[in-house]
Design a protein around this ligand. Structure first.
Ligand code: AMP
Length: 362
């Protein structure tokens, strides 16, 4: 690990964030949150997990900048999503006694650090980011312009990381370019003013992309019918898979005469789930059954639904039992306590950064 400024006695710091845009789903779980639980439970690291509620505003309030359109941000709904996200994280297995859970908005010093880092950042670097170009394109398709905060999204993310001197960043592949940029920011600051920031490393178990069940791209909150949420019952999971007509082999196998219509699993969205949630035996069963027409698409989908449910059932049970007034009040308290601790650390580091640059608080 390249970490010029690392204090040799301190424990390594793990940091990751997630936008409170709605309930967590299987894609979030397999692509990110499962790793967070694992890293926390190893007991080797100081773990910081935050609600990226400032990042969330970059797209949720995008319409603010288009004349004649309302922002689409409902503050009450947003508040509930943040509380719900804490409960989701706890249901997934993150113990707030072992990891800090907090909200970005609790730490104003992060936006101060963001400003310092922005002064090191060529605009062309931000304009060239794949994430920015993709999101800007989507907004423009909807007739909405991208706001300036969307452009500076990676700068705030670098501040989130460097602000706690994080070492290990468990994120999905989609975030690699942003972490690379944060690494460059750490190096640039250290070169200019002296060692302060460790150069963080991405942590990924394996590149993993959970598709939407209904073939509408990546599983995500904006496609509820193609996503398996933490609170989805066994029945709902089964229905979501069984209704995914387009998701099977292309061309689709005949439903009524499937015994005479072998399929090609390589062209089947449902089959790809076996790599994510099944054993090698499950996968071989589906592959041979599809090619040899010994199983129907319905049987295959039902098997995937069972495997998905096995992963989701314990999370769902915990999530439902947390969904009480006590649970929600506890979530707010967790954000408050986690925020106090994380802010203390960020304040120290940002104060040092400002002094090194020569702009102390006076
Ligand atoms: P988001 O809900 O888009 O803020 O996602 C937060 C993180 O969850 C991403 O950075 C990814 O690491 C992970 N993630 C979200 N959707 C998926 C998916 N369909 N497949 C794999 N990982 C995902």
């Amino acid at each position: 690990m390249e970490s010029q400024a690392q204090d040799s006695v301190r424990r390594l710091i793990v940091l990751s964030g997630i936008r409170p845009t709605g309930p967590l789903h299987l894609g979030n779980h397999l692509g990110a949150v499962r790793d967070w639980v694992d890293l926390t439970n190893r007991g080797e690291y100081d773990c910081y997990f935050f609600l990226a509620n400032l990042h969330m505003l970059t797209t949720r309030s995008a319409a603010l900048h288009t004349e004649g359109k309302k922002s689409g941000v409902d503050p009450k709904e947003l508040y509930d999503d943040q509380v719900g996200l804490v409960l989701d994280l706890m249901a997934a297995g993150i113990d707030p006694n072992k990891a800090l859970i907090y909200a970005q908005s609790t730490i104003p010093e992060l936006t101060e650090l963001m400003w310092l880092l922005a002064t090191f950042t060529p605009v062309s670097r931000l304009e060239g980011m794949h994430h920015f170009k993709e999101k800007k394109g989507k907004l423009e398709e909807e007739g909405v312009g991208a706001n300036a905060a969307l452009l500076t999204y990676p700068v705030l993310m670098a501040a989130d990381i460097l602000g706690v001197q994080a070492d290990i960043i468990p994120v999905g592949e989609d975030q690699n370019a942003h972490v690379e940029y944060a690494r460059d920011m750490a190096r640039a600051f250290n070169r200019e003013y002296g060692d302060l920031f460790p150069v963080p490393d991405v942590w990924q178990t394996k590149a993993l992309r959970v598709p939407s069940i209904d073939c509408s791209g990546k599983m995500g909150k904006s496609h509820p019918e193609g996503s398996v949420f933490y609170t989805d019952s066994e029945k709902v999971i089964r229905q979501k898979f069984s209704r995914a007509v387009k998701a099977t082999a292309n061309p689709p196998r005949t439903q009524s005469d499937w015994r005479n219509d072998p399929g090609d699993p390589a062209t089947c969205n449902v089959f790809s789930f076996f790599d994510l949630v099944g054993s090698s035996e499950d996968k071989s069963w589906a592959e041979a059954g599809c090619r040899g027409a010994t199983i129907s698409c319905g049987e295959c989908k039902a098997r995937v639904a069972v495997l998905v449910n096995e992963i989701m059932a314990p999370i769902r049970e915990r999530r439902l039992s947390l969904e009480t007034d006590i649970g929600r009040a506890q979530a707010v308290e967790i954000l408050h306590e986690g925020g106090k601790k994380a802010r203390g650390r960020v304040q120290e580091i940002v104060t040092r950064a400002k002094e090194m640059v020569g702009i102390p608080a006076f």
